[in-house]
Design a protein around this ligand. Structure first.
Ligand code: 13P
Length: 250
């Protein structure tokens, strides 16, 4: 059986003071939660403060992005080695906001996926269709294309030890959630698509759902056979809400 993973993506939110309060609340409440992997992904500049609180607890930390490059003259970038050095376990790659607002192509995301894995970090690889693509009925095609870019760059076993987050773009920050049936159908497709290359790895990969997941819908979503947790935006900014989503994974 796969252990569920609930990861909070804080995006570009918080102040030094509010982050301290949030992470203290999360760490405190997480003590009562068993059988669920828990992670938070703060903005880069807060990672050190957050790790200082999470060290030795059951809350892991991830970055929201990583550079394709390993070191050198890349102003504004943060390397995987730095991310690992500061105590992160995960790195989100290919979030739809990076893809749409910062022009990250499937190839760029695939490169990030590789450097993250090579650094010994666990990529949380985000995929998903826009509203327009769903209306054109090409959701599966889009997800397959995004996944296949990683296979093309890193081979048949690329997804070993990695996490996938299915985040329909139309459900992100909109309050519109995919129904459990809609989400499960795509998750099952993703797993079957992975299984064409390696059935064993496909069975082990945690596939998270992301897009307006909250305490009210988390249990039903995570109750689906192929939904192994969540990548939580808005609801991860309040400790109580985030912890309620984590508890729903138990
Ligand atoms: P929301 O939970 O705010 O919809 O965000 C989801 C998301 O983008 C997580 O990465």
């Amino acid at each position: 059986m796969r252990t569920p993973l609930v990861a909070g993506n804080w995006k570009m939110n918080g102040s030094r003071a509010s982050v301290k309060e949030l992470i203290n609340g999360v760490v405190d409440g997480a003590k009562a939660i068993n059988g669920v992997d828990i992670a938070v992904c703060p903005p880069f500049i807060f990672i050190a403060d957050v790790v200082a609180v999470t060290e030795g607890t059951n809350v892991a930390v991830g970055s929201q992005d990583a550079s394709t490059e390993l070191k050198g003259a890349f102003t504004g970038e943060t390397s995987v080695e730095m991310i690992r050095d500061f105590g992160c376990k995960y790195a989100i790659v290919g979030h739809s906001e990076r893809r749409t607002l910062y022009g990250e192509t499937d190839e760029i995301v695939a490169k990030k996926f590789g450097v993250v894995k090579n650094a010994g970090l666990i990529p949380i690889f985000c995929i998903g269709e826009t509203l327009e693509e769903r209306e054109q009925d090409i959701t599966e095609e889009v997800c397959a294309r995004q996944i296949d870019a990683v296979f093309a760059a890193h081979g048949e076993n690329a997804f070993e030890g990695s996490v996938i987050a299915y985040e329909p773009v139309w459900a992100i920050g909109t309050g519109k959630t995919a129904s459990p049936e809609q989400a499960q159908a795509v998750h099952a497709f993703i797993r079957a698509h992975l299984a064409k290359r390696n059935a064993d790895i496909a069975e082990k990969v945690q596939i998270l759902y992301g897009g307006s997941m909250n305490p009210g819908n988390a249990k039903e979503l995570m109750g689906q056979g192929d939904i192994d947790g969540g990548l939580i935006g808005g609801a991860s900014l309040k400790a109580d809400d985030f912890l309620a989503v984590c508890a729903a994974g138990q």
